[in-house]
Design a protein around this ligand. Structure first.
Ligand code: WT7
Length: 656
């Protein structure tokens, strides 16, 4: 997500949080690491040659002529090259003799499971590609995919990629109107869906939402329906069942190569306001960077690792790190259909134990939830297979990082905090697990081949110890190419804040060693007595108190200080809410960060408002803090949460 309006203009962000803990890479991991410190020097010496070598890890039908054509802010990578993404992700491994290797261990929420080898995946993708062709879908056509987390989801994406159709996956939790507007914006021809999926112990229908969405979208010629739950659904004229059309196709299909810049997919990101932006990713550069980063950041050993990314494939994390990156690398992955608390709160750890997962990639929101549920739950399972832990989606509070390291990784596993966005397509800033001495809460350094910096409001690089705006200063292979159908909005949103630099909308700081810390969205920065204070630092200070599991802070208008800090906190499973908790926490923050960051108010709440991808919606909390009626809640995962929070208001403890 990027802001629609530029952030705080007047001064750089304050740097308040000090963190002295360091975690060196385990010696055995460092000794055998896929990528060593030399990669930084190699990329610095010749960035394009570095990305050429990364592209050479893929199989090209025709090698490129020009590595980068940079017509700022429009880039083309590996121009003249041709390749097929599905060939690289599937056929290549079968041809290399790895057809029997497992691509996906799939686990349904009710406990059913399926195993797909690379040879199985090849048959399924070929059949689906043939079915799409029969349905009249061809190169460049758009296909909307609205599905639960079942194997037919990656199969559908790969089938599109194979024939050069452009997929637009819409997260299965979105409403009919959200689906409709995305179908309309992309002018999609086909929707692929399912009757439903399992969520929180029950079948959850998808097909009725699709029926409602396509009632008003004449561009849709067919709706292709997978049966997952076998719940009763209406059957309309345009509907075709997967079992009827896909299953009777030949499992042979010749993958034609596509141009390196052929569009691979559109993925809509809502941003802070307004119409969703269709982020466009293309073929060669995207696959190059997702595959290389997956190899480097997770140190993937395809012959021994069992990798699990817990994201939904409906988000970019799932596109890049469940589907394209891992498959291009020949990984064995786990896909889980359901929620972490079904049928019990140990489900994730049960899966780690069952599949002997070695690499786990999840989100801070999940980690903080596990902290809240209590240490005793993961303690019941055998987690000795794990060797690397990843985090993505929000800044990870140092305390959540340390909890993750200790209670999930048993102090054996490096934690990689990976910063990137839908727009960047792949990881941009992250530790390398065999190289970096990790600092809890820091994303550390731009990966080799990525040129990122922190600048002040004039676009000047800030010195070590300074805070400001994160920018990317050189194009990168998996960057978005534009916003679908709206080049001007692409320019305005990302390239107009700082001359010649990409602005992702995040605040960041450089510590004394020059390492990078992400400080949250600049739209959320609080201006207290003339200081720009990041939400992340105050939240991290709150989470470092032993009683707090999760915190969200916002700036509310204040007659004295301009804005004052209002905090919403969730207590840990074992903590009791006591009368002096607010005073305790306010003093704790003042002690950790300095008196300037002392919250005016602390509210203990049962839940925080989050988007369906787990990001805290501070905008709604600002409404509560400023006693306004709460704004648009339609993007909330659970729209009742705001009522629970508003009820807490009268008991708000405001002091001094
Ligand atoms: C925004 C992008 C990247 C895939 C999932 C989210 C925040 C993401 C981190 C991190 C601090 C992070 C940023 C970014 N974010 N990862 N490791 N540390 N912040 O994709 O929905 O496009 O969101 O998520 O604010 O801009 P997205």
């Amino acid at each position: 997500m990027a802001p629609e309006t530029p952030g705080t203009e007047t001064q750089a962000l304050s740097n308040l949080l000090q963190e002295n803990r360091r975690f060196a890479p385990p010696a055995n991991l460092a000794a055998a690491a896929n990528v060593t410190a030399a990669a930084y020097d190699e990329a610095a010496a010749d960035r394009l040659a570095f990305w050429e070598r990364a592209a050479d890890r893929l199989t090209w039908a025709k090698r490129w002529d020009t590595t980068l054509e940079w017509n700022a802010p429009f880039s083309k990578w590996f121009v003249g090259g041709q390749l097929n993404v599905a060939y690289n992700c599937v056929d290549h491994h079968v041809e290399a003799g790895n057809g029997d290797k497992v691509a996906y261990f799939w686990e349904g929420e009710p406990g059913d499971s399926r195993t797909l080898t690379y040879a199985d995946l090849q048959c399924e993708v070929n059949k689906a590609a043939n079915a799409l062709t029969e349905l009249g879908v061809g190169q460049g056509d758009r296909v909307a995919i609205y599905m639960p987390m079942i194997p037919e989801l990656p199969i559908s994406m790969l089938a599109c990629a194979r024939i050069g159709a452009i997929h637009s996956v819409v997260f299965g939790g979105f409403s009919a109107s959200a689906l409709q507007s995305r179908i309309e914006d992309a002018d999609a021809k086909l929707v692929i869906t399912a009757d439903g999926g399992y969520r929180r112990g029950n079948p959850s229908a998808l097909k009725p939402t699709v029926d409602e969405a396509v009632a008003n979208t004449p561009s849709i010629q067919h709706v292709l329906v997978v049966k997952r739950t076998n719940q009763e659904i209406a059957v309309n004229e345009r509907d075709v069942f997967w079992d009827d059309i896909v299953e009777r196709q030949s499992d042979q299909h010749v993958a034609e190569p596509h141009d390196a810049e052929h569009p691979l997919y559109i993925l809509y990101t809502s941003g802070t306001t307004g119409k969703p932006k269709g982020i466009l990713h293309t073929t060669g550069g995207y696959l190059t960077q997702t595959a290389w980063t997956h190899h480097a950041v997770f140190d993937l050993k395809p012959d021994s690792d069992i990798y699990w990314c817990t994201a939904d494939i409906g988000w970019v994390t799932g596109h890049s790190y469940i589907v394209y990156g891992p498959l291009a690398n020949g990984a064995t992955s786990v896909i889980y259909e359901g929620t972490p608390d079904t049928p019990h709160r140990g489900r994730f750890w049960e899966l780690v134990q069952k599949y002997k997962i070695t690499i786990l990639y999840t989100a801070p929101t999940a980690i903080r939830t596990f902290m809240k549920w209590g240490d005793d739950i993961p303690a019941k399972y055998d987690m000795s297979s794990l060797r690397i832990l990843g985090s993505v989606g929000e800044p990870i509070n140092p305390e959540a990082y340390v909890w993750y390291r200790e209670h999930i990784g048993h102090d054996r596993c490096p934690v990689v905090d990976t910063w990137w966005q839908t727009e960047t397509g792949a990881i941009m800033i992250s530790p390398l697990p065999g190289v970096t001495s990790g600092k809890p809460g820091a994303a550390m350094k731009p990966l080799p081949g990525i040129v990122a910096d922190v600048v002040d409001d004039q676009g000047n690089s800030v010195p070590n110890g300074g805070g400001g705006f994160l920018v990317v200063k050189e194009p990168w292979p998996s960057m978005l190419r534009t916003i679908w159908g709206d080049d001007q909005r692409y320019i305005d949103t990302y390239w107009s804040r700082f001359d010649g630099m990409y602005f992702p909308g995040d605040g960041a700081k450089k510590d004394e060693d020059g390492d990078l810390w992400l400080l949250g969205r600049v739209d959320d920065v609080m201006l207290v007595s003339g200081h720009n204070i990041s939400t992340t630092e105050v939240e991290s200070a709150l989470v470092s108190h032993p009683k707090v599991a999760e915190a969200a802070v916002v700036g509310a208008t204040d007659p004295v200080t301009g804005q004052a800090i209002v905090s919403f906190v969730i207590l840990r499973g074992t903590a009791e809410e006591s009368d002096d908790i607010a005073t305790d926490l306010r003093n704790h923050v003042a002690k950790t960060l300095g008196p300037i960051a002392k919250p005016r108010q602390i509210l203990v709440v049962p839940e925080l408002p989050k988007t369906r991808s787990g990001k805290i919606m501070r905008r709604l909390l600002r409404d509560v803090a400023e006693n306004r009626s709460v704004g648009d809640v339609t993007t909330l995962a659970d729209s009742t949460v705001m009522n629970l929070i508003s009820e807490k208001l009268p008991s708000a403890k405001s002091e001094d």
